[in-house]
Design a protein around this ligand. Structure first.
Ligand SMILES: Cc1cc2nc3c(=O)[nH]c(=O)nc-3n(C[C@H](O)[C@H](O)[C@H](O)COP(=O)(O)O)c2cc1C
Ligand SMILES: [Fe+2]
Ligand SMILES: [Fe+2]
Length: 376
């Protein structure tokens, strides 16, 4: 009886994933080995854990040799050890699709054509008891991505899809860190993610093995439903309101706190000058409405807000309600700039006129914020 063995690693010392996302609970780089008549390794892992991964392989092999390395995704957190692996096991064949080949050539110094078996949509690889079917998943996260379905164990190897920051434990909380992962990493490609979900819906899936975070074995429809919502840009919490605030000296933040208090548990207040932007981006996609609070800075938005909005645009944030509150002591401009920028987004509806705080929020401004709550 063949078996599938986990050979990934948990990285708890990485400062920033992709040089941009905090991972307070670390991140796992998952890799699997299928031990059967033929042996297939499912992706490599990040270079930070290459040696440990090679040791995991050696132990799992028990003296045997691997026949195949399946390359689902060329981003270096999964491909960094391809060259090392081939040098260690020179008879191994790479299994990749046509879009992967030029990347393999650019990322490595290997003679790729002589060691690669090309697969396409619907190709199969027979390992004995285990049989892999290849499903192309372009742009779920990069253009060459593919996933694999193993029909005997009904396992979907889902590449970056269904990935989560944090540990490998299926029972630790999933939603928040999977959402932050999805929207910040894959979020621009909702349509492509929907396409993959449609193909997956035709399969009997009992287990999902992603390239980050836990293997999912229980209540899979919960995860698939969340992904369908995320990929379609539907808010998960239509009634909730993200208040994203960029304040220089705190007066704008005080007004943001006032609004948050008024909204009670419907509000999620994030100081985007202090909290890494990926959290606010994730909340902006999660909730039905975002209120942008921003100080004016040299006739423009205070830079953390400009950065945040730029990142929302990159991820095609859409189909949401918004409101804008700015602040200025002589020529307030932040709100105008935010509204101009949001006008270039798809399906963002402003629910209120711009509210401008003249340095500090006094009774008249508070009254406007009270009125705003009735529209949120
Ligand atoms: C470096 C700097 C540049 C500023 N530029 C402008 C400006 O161009 N127009 C304006 O009305 N206020 C400007 N301000 C004033 C702030 O926008 C205003 O005092 C602030 O919004 C008050 O809210 P806060 O305490 O939340 O920062 C600037 C403040 C600083 C520190
Ligand atoms: Fe990736
Ligand atoms: Fe990844």
């Amino acid at each position: 009886m063949g078996k599938i063995v986990y050979i990934g690693e948990y990285d708890t010392t990485l400062d920033k994933f992709e040089s941009q996302f905090e991972v307070p609970n670390g991140v796992t780089y998952n890799s699997y080995i299928i031990l059967d008549d033929k042996i297939a390794i499912m992706d490599t892992i990040d270079k930070r854990k290459g040696e440990e991964w090679l040791a995991n392989i050696k132990e799992a092999l028990g003296g045997r040799k691997p026949d195949y390395l399946v390359v689902s995704h060329m981003e270096p957190d999964h491909s960094a050890n391809i060259e090392t692996l081939v040098k260690k096991y020179p008879d191994i064949k790479l299994v990749a699709n046509a879009k992967t080949v030029p990347m393999l050539k650019n990322f490595t110094n290997l003679d790729i054509d002589s060691i690669t078996e090309i697969v396409a949509e619907g190709s199969t690889l027979d390992l004995g008891e285990h049989k892999l079917t290849f499903i192309m998943a372009p742009l779920v996260h990069w253009p060459e991505v593919m996933v694999e379905y193993e029909s005997t164990t009904k396992t979907l190897f889902s590449a970056d899809g269904f990935g989560r920051f944090g540990d490998f434990n299926e029972d630790s909380p999933w939603d928040d860190e999977a959402r932050r992962y999805y929207f910040n990493i894959v979020g621009k490609y909702g349509l492509q993610t929907m396409n993959l979900l449609k193909k997956a819906a035709t399969l009997d899936i009992q287990r999902i093995c992603p390239l980050h975070g836990p293997i999912l074995t229980k209540n899979l429809s919960k995860y698939i439903d969340l992904y369908a919502k995320w990929a379609s840009y539907e808010p998960e919490e239509p009634e909730k309101v993200l208040i994203a605030c960029a304040s220089i000296h705190g007066n704008t933040y005080k007004a943001a706190e006032y609004l948050a208090k008024k909204l009670g548990d419907r509000a999620v207040l994030i100081d985007i000058t202090r909290t890494e932007y990926s959290y606010a981006l994730s909340e902006a996609f999660r909730n039905g409405t975002t209120v942008f609070f921003c100080s004016t800075y040299n006739l423009d938005m205070f830079s953390p807000m400009a950065d945040f909005i730029e990142r929302l645009q990159n991820k095609t944030w859409r189909n949401r309600k918004a409101a804008v509150v700015d602040n200025g002591s002589w020529a307030p401009m932040a709100g105008k700039k935010i509204i101009e920028k949001l006008a270039t987004f798809k399906d963002i509806t402003l629910v209120n006129d711009l509210i401008t705080i003249p340095s500090t929020a006094k009774a008249d401004t508070l009254a406007k914020l009270d009125e705003l709550t009735t529209k949120l």
